[in-house]
Design a protein. Structure first.
Length: 74
């Protein structure tokens, strides 16, 4: 097995703001290399996107303002 390559460059600094902005920001800044397979990051734990049913309203209720719930508070 060949030896691992030596990395001479320091990785770019990661800020809390970068992490909060998401994976695309980390890719664009070069913190995550563009050729890395990110599949394993999404295979374990909670799914990054969840789905649930929606309620269909009658036509008379269509334009009624309602409070919007954001997040997964079940």
């Amino acid at each position: 097995m060949p030896p691992l390559p030596e990395f001479t460059e320091e990785p770019p600094p990661i800020t809390e703001d970068d992490i909060n902005k998401g994976m695309i920001t980390l890719l664009n800044k070069g913190i995550i290399p563009k050729d890395v397979d990110l599949t394993p990051a999404f295979e374990k734990g909670a799914a990054p996107v969840t789905f649930k049913g929606i309620k269909f309203y009658e036509k008379s209720e269509k334009n009624v303002r309602r409070d919007v719930l954001i997040g997964g508070s079940d």
